[in-house]
Design a protein around this ligand. Structure first.
Ligand SMILES: NC(=O)c1ccc[n+]([C@@H]2O[C@H](COP(=O)([O-])OP(=O)(O)OC[C@H]3O[C@@H](n4cnc5c(N)ncnc54)[C@H](OP(=O)(O)O)[C@@H]3O)[C@@H](O)[C@H]2O)c1
Length: 295
C-alpha cells in the first residue's frame, strides 16, 4: 500500500505530509464512511476540529478503519468559544471523549483572537500543559500570521509544531511559509485544492479550473487535484484535502509516482493573487463566529 512521506515536527514527532480533511457541514453523517475509506486507501493523518461537529463521526470512522492507534496521526482543534486556560483543558477532554481516543497527536488553536489575545495565550498555555501531561503529542496553531506568532512567543514556552493556514495556488502564503520555516514550524495547507471557493457565494472558480493547472495535468496524465496536491508536497507543506467520494479519496492520495519540474512549480506559484478567500484572521472573534460547541 502507498504511504505518505513523513515530516518531522520540531519536537521529533513524525507527521504524514498528506492527510485527510473532515470539514463537511452538508453531509456530516457521511464523514464516518469517508474516514474509513481514507484509512483503507492509506491516509494516516486525519484532521478534524471541535467546530466541525463531526468528532464522533471521525472517531467511528477511525474505529471502523481497524488499524492500530499508533499508526494514525489524529489532529483536532480547540474552538474559540472555549478559549481560556481551564475551559481549554475541559474542551480537550470533551474532544477526546467524542473521538473515543485517549490522546491526540496534534492539538491546534483554531484561530487567533486578536481582540482578546490574553485568552488566546491562556489557551496555548493550556495546550502546553496537555503536552506535558502526555494528553497530546504535539501542539500548534491555525490561521496565525507572523505577527500573531511573535506575540505568542513572548508569552509562552513551547514553539508551535504546526501552523495550519489557508493555502492553495491562488494564495500561496510565501511570507507566512518563510516565517513558519524560520521558527521551525511546519506549514499545513487548508483548502489545499480550493474548497474554500465552493463555500463562498461567488462565481470565482477555484484553482482546479484554471487552464494552467489543466494544462500541466494533461501533460502528466494526472488530474488537476493531483497536480495541486503534488505542488503542496513538493513545497514541503503538509496538506489535508477532504472528499466524501471514494474515487476522489483515492485520487487525492495517488500523487507519489511523479514529480513536477521546477518550471511547473514556478508556473503554479505564479497563479498567486495574494488574496485570501477565507476569513481574515485579524478580524476573528466570538461575534464573527458566534457558535459554541455542543457537548
Ligand atoms: N484550520 C482551519 O481554519 C480550516 C479551515 C478550513 C478547512 N480546514 C481543514 O482543511 C480540510 C480541507 O479543506 P476544505 O475541505 O475546505 O477544502 P479542499 O480539501 O481544498 O476541497 C474540498 C472540496 O473539493 C472537492 N474535491 C475533493 N477532491 C476533489 C477532486 N479530486 N477533484 C475535484 N473536487 C474535489 C470536495 O467535494 P467532495 O467531498 O464532494 O469530493 C470538496 O467540495 C478541511 O476538510 C478541514 O479538515 C481547516
Amino acid at each position: 500500500m502507498t504511504t505518505s512521506p513523513l515530516l518531522t515536527l520540531n519536537n521529533g514527532t513524525k507527521m504524514p505530509a498528506l492527510g485527510f480533511g473532515t470539514l463537511d457541514r452538508t453531509f456530516p453523517e457521511r464523514v464516518t464512511g469517508a474516514v474509513e475509506a481514507a484509512i483503507a486507501t492509506g491516509y494516516r493523518l486525519i484532521d478534524t476540529a471541535a467546530s466541525y461537529g463531526v468528532e464522533r463521526q471521525v472517531g467511528e470512522g477511525i474505529r471502523r478503519g481497524g488499524i492500530a492507534r499508533s499508526e494514525l496521526f489524529v489532529t483536532t482543534k480547540l474552538w474559540i468559544s472555549d478559549y481560556g486556560y481551564e475551559r481549554a483543558l475541559a474542551a480537550c477532554d470533551i474532544s477526546l471523549r467524542k473521538l473515543g481516543l485517549d490522546y491526540l497527536d496534534l492539538y491546534l488553536l483554531h484561530w487567533p483572537v486578536p481582540s482578546d489575545f490574553e485568552a488566546t495565550v491562556a489557551s496555548f498555555q493550556a495546550t502546553e500543559k496537555l503536552l506535558a501531561d502526555g494528553r497530546v503529542r504535539a501542539i500548534g496553531v491555525a490561521n496565525f500570521s507572523p505577527k500573531h506568532l511573535q506575540n505568542l512567543f513572548q508569552r509562552t514556552q513551547v514553539r508551535p509544531a504546526v501552523n495550519q493556514v489557508e493555502l492553495h495556488p491562488f494564495f500561496i502564503q510565501r511570507e507566512m511559509r518563510d516565517a513558519d520555516t524560520s521558527h521551525g514550524i511546519v506549514t499545513q495547507s487548508w483548502s489545499p485544492i480550493g474548497g474554500v471557493f465552493l463555500k463562498k457565494p461567488t462565481t470565482q472558480r477555484g484553482p482546479l479550473d484554471h487552464p494552467c493547472i489543466a494544462g500541466i495535468a494533461a501533460a502528466y496524465g494526472k488530474t488537476p487535484a493531483q497536480i495541486v496536491l503534488r505542488w503542496h508536497v513538493q513545497h514541503g507543506l503538509s496538506v489535508i484535502p477532504k472528499s466524501l467520494r471514494r474515487d476522489r479519496i483515492a485520487e487525492n492520495f495517488d500523487i507519489f509516482d511523479f514529480e513536477l519540474t521546477a518550471g511547473d512549480m514556478a508556473a503554479i506559484d505564479a497563479l498567486d493573487t495574494g488574496i485570501r478567500a477565507g476569513p481574515d484572521p485579524d478580524r476573528v472573534d466570538t461575534k464573527m463566529f458566534s457558535w459554541k460547541i455542543e457537548d
